[in-house]
Design a protein around this ligand. Structure first.
Ligand SMILES: [Zn+2]
Ligand SMILES: [Zn+2]
Length: 427
């Protein structure tokens, strides 16, 4: 596809990274997405004001800096007050013998988002000048890997869940750090939504070149070609690296099914300690009360907080188990001879990929309450061993979804899809 802001709209051939269909695409009109007609994967977003993305990224970084310098939530009980900052959520976990969990929290809510925003600024600045800045190509490739691991929005929602959890124990006040962090999470979402590596590659390298012999409407692999997952350029199946963006090429992810199943088995094993060991331990006036994920949900129900109980139960129990089942089923389905309901399989794959990171909500709730509720003997909450095991379940299921190659779902489809024009008409 061509630079979306130019007037001429030459067509070019690319391979859909999700279903491997060779497609004819041109720059979209304003307000219109270019989607794959077969799997509906959004390929190119509509053209828009290019200066807005760096402006949003700068605003997000400023918001993050402010959020880190002010208290996040304050907690008062019997005249004793305690407040926490966003950084406390990570450092207190580290102080209580969970340095890896602290690192995970800090990395996913602060470090990765900040690096992502800086990379976007670097790339946007580089694309507007000649010669380009060093590292631009590496950074565009890195954005793709960074995206699923940024969880600032999950942390912001976890803060609200934590409030409900502790509001019965004491008075809770939302401080400026809370509002600015929520603003940062929102701006980050807007930047992520606007960043499209395909458009970045088009601005950097011009439109992708495709061999004229290729036919749209057939899978690239059937024609002994492969599409680059980063920039969609088509090239012969024997090429190891993309001619255009230098990314590693795989016609299909190597050992996709085996790797996915291995991650799923590991995640299933980690589910046992995650649910059997306490995720947090509350000490109040000498009484020690350990709480597992399930007993935490039951506590919310006992207090009548049904909506929060439902959120935690869904995020911590339904989603991880559902994801393990759904991905196992997709692995089996991609080996079947007879084609199954393709739209349903794609919907299931997209949903499992999207929902996975939201399971981190309970880990973040633990990080927040551990940092906040520190009133010595009067009341304090410590992290339990279940937290790390549960974080492992979330990470392993995310890695499983990442290892699974959705193009395998389409391989068992009929060798030749419908007439390409019919597909385009349906789009
Ligand atoms: Zn597709
Ligand atoms: Zn490429």
């Amino acid at each position: 596809m061509d630079d979306p802001n130019t007037a001429s709209k030459p067509e070019t051939l690319v391979a859909c990274p999700v279903c491997d269909l060779v497609l004819r695409v041109s720059a979209p009109d304003k307000g219109q997405w270019v989607r794959c007609p077969r799997c509906r994967h959004p390929l190119v977003r509509p053209p828009e004001d290019r200066h807005l993305t760096p402006a949003l990224a700068v605003a997000a970084l400023v918001m993050l800096a402010v959020a880190l310098s002010f208290p996040y939530i304050e907690f008062q009980r019997s005249g004793i007050g305690e407040s926490m900052t966003v950084l406390d959520a990570a450092t207190k976990l580290a102080a209580f013998h969970h340095p890896e969990l602290g690192l995970l929290v800090f990395g996913t809510i602060v470090v990765l988002p900040a690096l992502y925003l800086l990379a976007v600024l670097w790339i946007e600045f580089s694309l507007g000048r000649r010669p380009r800045l060093a590292g631009t190509r590496t950074l565009i490739r890195a954005l793709h890997y960074c995206k699923p691991w940024m969880m600032a929005d999950v942390f912001a929602i976890a803060a609200l869940v934590s409030l409900v959890k502790i509001i019965g124990m004491a008075e809770v006040f939302l401080k400026p750090g809370f509002w600015t962090f929520a603003g940062f999470a929102l701006l980050l979402l807007m930047v992520v939504q606007r960043v499209n590596p395909l458009v970045m590659w088009a601005r950097l390298e011009g439109p992708p070149q495709a061999p004229p012999a290729l036919r749209p409407g057939l899978s690239a692999r059937l024609q002994h070609y492969q599409g680059c997952e980063q920039c969609s350029q088509l090239q012969p199946i024997e090429h190891q690296h993309c001619d255009r963006c230098s990314a590693r090429l795989h016609s299909r992810h190597p050992d996709s099914i085996q790797r996915t199943l291995a991650y799923l088995v590991a995640a299933t094993i980690a589910c046992f300690p995650a649910h059997l060991y306490p995720i947090m331990v509350t000490t109040s006036l000498g009484n020690t009360q350990p709480a597992t994920i399930i007993s935490g949900v039951l506590q919310f129900i006992a207090h009548g907080d049904w909506p929060i109980a439902l959120v935690i139960f869904t995020a911590s129990v339904v989603v991880p188990f559902g994801k393990i089942l759904a991905l196992s089923w997709l692995c089996l389905a991609s080996r079947r001879e007879k084609p199954l309901d393709m739209p349903a399989q794609m919907a299931l794959y997209r949903f499992t990929e999207w929902i996975g990171r939201w399971s981190m909500i309970d880990v973040f709730v633990v990080a927040i309450v551990v940092a906040l509720v520190r009133l010595g003997n009067l009341m304090s909450i410590d992290p339990g061993p279940g937290g790390m095991a549960f974080a492992a379940v979330v990470i392993l299921t995310m890695l499983a979804a990442h290892s699974f190659d959705p193009r395998l779902i389409w391989d068992q489809q009929q060798r030749r899809t419908d007439d390409y024009d019919a597909l385009e008409r349906r789009a």
